[in-house]
Design a protein around this ligand. Structure first.
Ligand code: ARG
Ligand code: ASP
Length: 711
């Protein structure tokens, strides 16, 4: 008996460790690498049902959400759920749009918004929705270009020519990205729609229930969804907003399942994960854990204190600052979670063990020695050089350029004026529009207080070598008092003063302002002394990173590698599953409306349940949106996801929509650098909660009628 146990134990230990559920896979390669695995785990469809260039498939119902100037950087994902181009994504993804349409008179952030007809749907110029047409491996073509002796600029032009050629004579757009740190290149071809209208959003008390306190946490009760509709021209093709545009007739829309899910059921997520760094060395992890994240957290803590106090003081300030605060708080909290998770699982040590093994392996043959033996020692040296720049970078960017808003604004005004010829009225008009947009959400006193806190921190903690000259002059002075003068006198802090001096073309006078000098001093310190060195080291690191990854893949021949997220389309799959957070603390896999009522605290802004929702609960007016007699709200699963995956469809084994991805659970937030299947969980909104809100809370039955439900 003992012997068999021992035997099994040895067998178990000696099997290659396949980390189930980890990975964000390239849809075009599923057939080659994943489909068997997926089907074994319960998936009932084929690889072509997910991705095909010849037939309509699931990928055709998924969009990457972007912005006009940067359509290939997808800030979120959305999916099509009707044959009239109805699209659903997260509330926090639509937040900027909802915010932009909000005012004291129409407070859609607070009260929600529901278009009761198509005419009422609201345009959002600048937001784009991209459908992936196809993906192509272009590694050989790109590498051939990179091998030439051409200057980087000329190489870039050649790579651009590949993209241009791929979409010549069409209205499609192509984009080449590097995968596996530059060991492979893929080109994605998109059709990008530009008329994306707001259809509906619940009040923040539902869509952002639990606020920043519950953010990155499980158990969760946030109804994180909003709805849009994509419009097209009369040929169903992309067009800028026009009254005459028609609802898009999509190639494919998702079928919704009301059946719900059980623990351990198969599930998958499609979407646009932004950035992960799963193959970092121990030196890099050390820098994130001990320098970058702590410095950035300290700065943002100060900023957040100020913003939150302002927001609590008036409803208007809440409207102005809520979207900004959500953004600042979101990464701030994630950085904290990353530190916690990296430390808890001793990630540095795990990496060091792998590195020791690698080094040994690299010393074995002369060829390996030549290719790989010097990577780690070089990396170590480079990260040692990088440390002081990483710290300086955090100060210049977090406390400076993106600290008080006025600094970034001054930079954008100045850079416009530098390229402006003083004549083109249309251009100026458009820029005035940007100025108006800035001042709509700007509060002088809030920003001034942020300035005081951040500059004091900057001056006190920055190494003298990297402290901007104009800040040196403020050392030991009463910054609060000085800031009042600076802000009250500056041309940049008043819309009318600014427009006046611009229209008179008195740029010299404008630039002489004291606040401008401070902004320039910070910006120049960054641009001239910090960034060049930082990026120089970084580019060396990147070339070793490429070799490191190539070496790892050679050493671990049987391991299936997946590329880091890079804002290209990916598929993750896993199981619906709760988890054990720590000894004796186990979390269930889903939450319900009952839990929302348990959290109801009318005196706390983020936990004040709307009266109508209370009533629906009291009268048990749930319709068909229930599981075991309760309305399900959120669930957790083991799908590997990251920022950008928000809004992604969560599908069951039949490819039917069961939820919307929107977050990750606190214990596993370090998954961008270290994924642990035991503890890393993505959090999804149960689609039935969204439907319940649309139907019973908002009475927007017309939207439910558009959707298609599974038998
Ligand atoms: N943590 C989620 C993601 O990274 C959701 C953030 C939005 N919610 C918030 N309270 N800030 O984007
Ligand atoms: N909340 C993230 C997003 O907005 C998702 C995540 O980081 O897990 O994409």
């Amino acid at each position: 008996m003992r012997k068999t146990v021992l035997f099994l134990l040895i067998l178990f230990i000696s099997l290659p460790i396949v980390k189930a559920d980890e990975g964000m896979w390239i849809p075009a390669l599923l057939k080659k690498y994943n489909i068997e695995d997926m089907q074994k785990a319960g998936f009932k469809l084929s690889a072509e049902d997910i991705y095909s260039v010849n037939q309509a498939c699931l990928k055709d119902a998924v969009v990457g959400l972007g912005r006009e100037g940067s359509p290939f950087h997808h800030f979120c994902t959305g999916e099509i759920i009707s044959d009239k181009g109805l699209m659903i994504t997260n509330h926090h993804c639509g937040y900027g749009a909802i915010q932009a349409h909000s005012s004291l008179e129409h407070n859609y952030l607070r009260d929600g918004f529901w278009a009761m007809s198509m005419e009422e749907e609201l345009a959002n110029p600048g937001i784009t929705a991209s459908f992936l047409v196809r993906i192509e491996d272009v590694t050989e073509k790109v590498e051939a270009i990179l091998r030439t002796k051409l200057a980087p600029k000329a190489q870039k032009a050649r790579i651009k020519a590949i993209m241009d050629e791929a979409v010549k004579g069409t209205n499609l757009k192509a984009n080449i990205k590097s995968f596996f740190a530059g060991n492979q290149y893929f080109m994605s071809v998109y059709k990008i729609y530009k008329d994306v209208r707001l259809v509906g959003a619940p009040p923040s008390a539902i869509g952002k229930f639990g606020g920043d306190t519950d953010n990155w946490a499980w158990p969760r009760h946030t109804g994180d969804f909003s709805m849009f509709r994509i419009y097209a021209d009369s040929n169903n093709e992309p067009a800028a907003y026009s009254k005459n545009n028609q609802p898009l007739k999509p190639k494919k829309s998702l079928t919704i399942s009301l059946k719900g899910v059980k623990e351990n059921d198969f599930t998958m997520v499609f979407g646009y994960p932004g950035t992960t760094k799963e193959y970092l060395t121990s030196y890099a992890i050390d820098q994130v854990q001990n320098i970058e994240n702590p410095e950035k957290i300290a700065i943002r803590t100060l900023k957040l204190e100020t913003i939150k106090a302002s927001m609590a003081s008036s409803e208007l300030l809440r409207i102005k600052y809520s979207a900004k605060a959500a953004g600042v708080a979101n990464s701030w909290k994630r950085w904290k979670g990353e530190i916690k998770g990296l430390k808890r699982f001793n990630t540095i040590k795990l990496k060091q063990d792998l590195e020791a093994k690698f080094q040994k392996w690299a010393e074995v043959t002369p060829k390996r020695k030549l290719n790989y033996a010097n990577i780690l020692p070089q990396m170590k040296e480079l990260y040692a050089q990088k440390a002081e720049y990483a710290r300086a970078y955090a100060y210049a960017v977090e406390a400076g350029i993106r600290g008080p808003e006025i600094i970034g604004f001054i930079n954008s005004v100045n850079s416009f004026l530098k390229s402006y010829n003083g004549k083109d009225e249309k251009k100026l008009e458009a820029f005035y529009g940007k100025i108006d947009a800035f001042f709509k959400n700007f509060d002088l006193n809030t920003d001034r207080k942020i300035f005081v806190k951040l500059m004091s921190h900057y001056i006190k903690n920055s190494s003298p070598k990297f402290l901007p000259e104009e800040l040196k002059k403020l050392e030991g002075k009463d910054i609060d008092k000085i800031s009042k003068k600076l802000y009250n006198k500056s041309f940049y802090t008043s819309k009318s003063r600014l427009k006046k001096i611009i229209s008179k073309q008195k740029y010299k006078k404008l630039y002489k302002g004291k606040l401008n000098l401070i902004a320039q001093s910070i910006t120049n310190k960054f641009r001239k002394e910090i960034a060049p060195e930082y990026y120089k080291i970084d580019s060396k690191v990147n070339s070793f990173q490429k070799a490191w990854l190539a070496g790892l893949m050679e050493m671990q021949k049987d391991k299936k590698f997946y590329p880091d997220a890079n804002s290209s389309f990916r598929v993750s799959y896993g199981k619906i599953k709760g988890y054990e957070s720590r000894d004796a603390v186990t979390y269930g896999h889903y939450t319900t409306l009952k839990g929302i009522m348990e959290k109801d605290r009318p005196e706390i802004y983020d936990y004040n349940v709307p009266e109508k929702l209370r009533e629906l609960y009291r009268t048990k007016n749930y319709g068909k949106y229930t599981q075991n007699g309760e309305v399900p709200v959120c669930f957790v699963a083991t799908n590997h996801t990251t920022g950008g995956n928000s809004g992604s469809p969560v599908l069951n084994a039949n490819g039917e929509l069961i939820g919307l991805n929107f977050d990750r659970a606190w214990d596993g937030v370090m998954s961008d650098m270290y994924y642990n299947p035991e503890i890393c969980r993505n959090i999804a909104l149960d689609i039935r909660y969204a439907l319940f809100i649309i139907d019973k809370y908002a009475g927007a039955k017309r939207l439910i009628d558009e959707m298609k439900f599974a038998e």
